[in-house]
Design a binder for this molecule. Structure first.
Ligand code: GDP
Length: 452
């Protein structure tokens, strides 16, 4: 996701500003210009960006900065708050209740990932003990019913549709009635899309909504549509009562800034994001952790959740223990690299950490990252136990570096790069010193401490 690059650019702009000896209006403006450029390049709508920088200028008091307060933190916090404000429309989406029937209607352009997302949404809730059902009211696209049927069958979710009936309203009403009778608590109606916004699409949506009276209309948007996001989202909102947004294909090379625009245009929150073609590549969307990650501030609560989710039970205490000691040795780095290479999922854990994600393992460059990690490991194979177990980089004299390079058949420069990487990760790791090992569900307090 290119949003990760946005985080990197913003962090660099903030870093450059805090390196300046005097912070005056000119330096602040340069920093904000850099941030503006980064946001525009990520396809965030121009007006949103302009409003955001105006607000930051109003909030940030230059006298405070000049007085030597932590400039980077003050501005980072202002950027953080403004991005959160854009992504938080101020009112939560309708929350269906387990055991009570809710009708959820999905709308979006053809190809946005609507049908796939309907099943993901159903599957997500089914795993949590809900009784979802799928209704295919897409009579426009040939093969839509087959696709939904196939997905639903795979996930063992009841479905309704017709090969003969061409009236989407009729199918939607019949499907909803049937599943209400069967005591389903989440009745998901997939509607038709079109290649582009057009009157017939909106008219059909309006009719289906009128007939089925959905409790929630979810607008599905492909993250790669770029600057068109705002207008597209607004057009849908003007036709039906969109109450929530799901952004798909966040795994690809899309710039992702459209998510911000869609929220602003629909005044509705993003509730999930799609991160792949598979049924379980679907994540709940939380504003604050998302923006934290975006700005390279890390997502500590997500990090702990992921540890519980993907690290095998028997390895969790050891990993957390090492984290709490805050003593990052080259051996720990080696072991974590081994985990990344072996298990794959642990890379998801570390993608939550600032630094690990954007620089060591940028999204979309997994192959290159793996090759780099492999090279680092070969170099570490040429180290002595003392070197691996030390957390003192001064131990690495020139002669040792030359010996390691020779032993691994690599250049001295590469060994130095690897040691730089170690220092960078050690700095991140040291923030976790004193970490209390929390149980699942105790993450928010921890996250507050960590971000402080
Ligand atoms: P619809 O026309 O809006 O119903 O779109 P589909 O559900 O048929 O999806 C269009 C294409 O996008 C399919 O090939 C899906 O597999 C793919 N797709 C949907 N969601 C995602 C996602 O989150 N990530 C990726 N990579 N592909 C997705």
């Amino acid at each position: 996701m290119v949003l990760a690059q946005l985080g990197g650019t913003i962090s660099r702009a903030l870093q450059q500003m805090s390196n300046a000896t005097i912070i005056d209006e000119k330096v602040l403006n340069e920093c904000l210009n850099e941030i503006t450029r980064a946001l525009l390049q990520s396809d965030v709508q121009f007006k949103l960006v302009r409003d955001m920088t105006t607000n930051i200028k109003k909030i940030v008091n230059l006298d405070d900065l000049a007085a030597g307060h932590n400039k980077r933190k003050i501005i980072q916090q202002a950027v953080f708050n403004e991005l959160c404000k854009i992504l938080d429309p101020g009112k939560p989406a309708y929350a269906p209740k387990k055991g009570k029937p809710s009708v959820i209607m999905f709308v979006g352009l053809q190809g946005s990932g609507k049908t796939t997302t309907c099943t993901k949404y159903a599957y997500y809730h089914q795993k949590k003990g809900w009784k979802p059902a799928l209704v295919c009211a897409d009579t426009f696209r040939a093969g839509a019913f087959d696709q939904l049927k196939q997905n639903a069958t795979k996930a063992k979710i009841p479905f309704y549709g017709s090969y003969m009936e061409s009236d989407p309203v009729k199918i939607a009403v019949e499907g909803v009635e049937r599943f209400k009778k069967e005591s389903c608590d989440l009745i998901i109606v997939d509607t038709s899309g079109r290649h582009k916004q057009e009157a017939s699409l909106f008219e059909e949506m309006r009719q289906v909504a009128e007939a089925t009276k959905p409790d929630l209309v979810i607008f599905v948007m492909d993250s790669s549509i770029g600057q068109a996001a705002f207008d597209q989202a607004q057009a849908f909102k003007q036709s039906v009562a969109v109450g929530a947004v799901i952004i798909t294909k966040m795994d690809g090379h899309a710039k992702g800034g459209g998510a911000l625009s869609a929220v602003a245009a629909t005044k509705s929150p993003v509730i999930f994001i799609g991160t792949g073609e598979h049924m379980d590549e679907f994540e709940v969307f939380d504003v604050k952790p998302f923006v934290s990650r975006l700005l390279g501030m890390g997502d500590w609560s997500g990090f702990m959740d992921k540890i519980h989710e993907v690290v095998p039970m028997d390895q969790q205490p050891e990993l957390l223990q090492k984290l709490s000691e805050g003593n990052f040795t080259l051996r720990i780095m080696y072991e974590q690299f081994q985990n990344i290479m072996k298990m794959g999922p642990i890379s998801q854990v570390f993608s939550m950490l600032p630094g690990f994600s954007a620089e060591l393992m940028p999204q979309g460059q997994e192959k290159e990252s793996q090759a780099k990690i492999k090279r680092y490991m070969t170099m570490m194979d040429s180290m002595t136990d003392d070197e691996l177990d030390s957390s003192n980089p001064k131990l690495m004299t020139d002669s040792r570096i030359m010996r390691i390079a020779r032993g691994a058949g690599r250049h001295v420069r590469e060994v130095m790069d690897m040691l730089e990487e170690y220092k960078r990760l050690a700095k991140i790791w040291s923030k976790m010193k004193g970490l209390k090992i929390p149980k699942k569900g105790e993450m928010s307090a921890l996250s507050r401490n960590m971000n402080a």
